[in-house]
Write a protein that binds this ligand. Structure first.
Ligand code: SAH
Length: 226
């Protein structure tokens, strides 16, 4: 069984990641090394390496492998970074980041998901990830500054606390906009200024919390999302 998953993972990397132009060896190695099937519910493990998002409970999703790889690549990690992820979900993106950075802090609003992600990361031996329960739109000031921040839910606008917690030349990777489509953006800090780049259209679940979407602004969180 594990052997089959390894083969499916290798195919995933070759077709979905390399095949779409992401070729950095460290990134590909990380995508090869993280057992994605361990981060999805048992009953859909056989679909873990499909080219799409999957439901993980609480109306949330684990992103498509390509989107995880793309967001990771946009963070430009060399190995020494302190990284913040907002939206732990399954913990999969956190595991990929942990393979490429020094430390990862990840925040999840739903305590059930946070607990499940924490357990999976623990079982797999990722020692440089800390899972926190809370509102990630406020960031995690205790461990700031961050050289990279990834937000894995769609925001109305990059939350100011996240911009404030970026290091002087840090990068924020974030989907911005409402349903059904948002743009993946990179906010590159240059001192007090930001260079903003729009990458591709994406479809994430809504970012909630103080600086996120309110229930009445985006009531349906069960739509198909990356
Ligand atoms: N990165 C995840 C996928 C995340 S789906 C993975 O690899 O599996 C988006 C997640 O963001 C959901 O789990 C949702 O509960 C969470 N979320 C939404 N708003 C949030 C907020 N304000 N703070 C923290 N987490 C939030």
């Amino acid at each position: 069984m594990e052997k089959d998953f390894e083969k499916l993972r290798e195919e995933m990397v070759t077709k979905q990641i390399q095949g779409r132009g992401l070729t950095e060896p460290r990134l590909l190695q990380a995508m090869r090394s993280v057992p994605r099937h361990r981060f999805v519910p048992l009953e859909i493990q056989d679909q873990a390496y499909h080219d799409g998002p999957l439901p993980i409970g609480s109306g949330q999703t684990i992103s498509q492998p390509y989107i995880v790889a793309l967001m990771t690549s946009l963070a430009q990690l060399s190995g020494n970074e302190n990284v913040l992820e907002v939206g732990t979900g399954s913990g999969y993106q956190a595991a990929v980041l942990a393979s490429l950075a020094k430390t990862v802090h990840t925040i999840e609003l739903f305590s059930g998901l946070a607990g499940w992600a924490n357990q999976t990361l623990d079982e797999l031996g990722y020692k440089n990830v800390a899972v926190h329960i809370g509102d990630g739109t406020l960031g995690w000031p205790a461990a700031a500054p961050y050289q990279a921040i990834l937000v894995t839910a769609a925001a109305p606008h990059p939350p100011q606390p996240l911009l404030d917690q970026l290091d002087r030349d840090g990068r924020l990777v974030i989907p911005v906009g409402d349903r059904p489509q948002q743009y993946l953006q990179v906010w590159q800090r240059q001192g007090q200024q930001f260079d903003i780049e729009s990458i591709i259209p994406v479809a994430f679940v809504p970012l909630r919390g103080e600086m996120g979407w309110k229930e009445d602004q985006w009531p349906d969180s069960s739509i198909r999302s990356y």
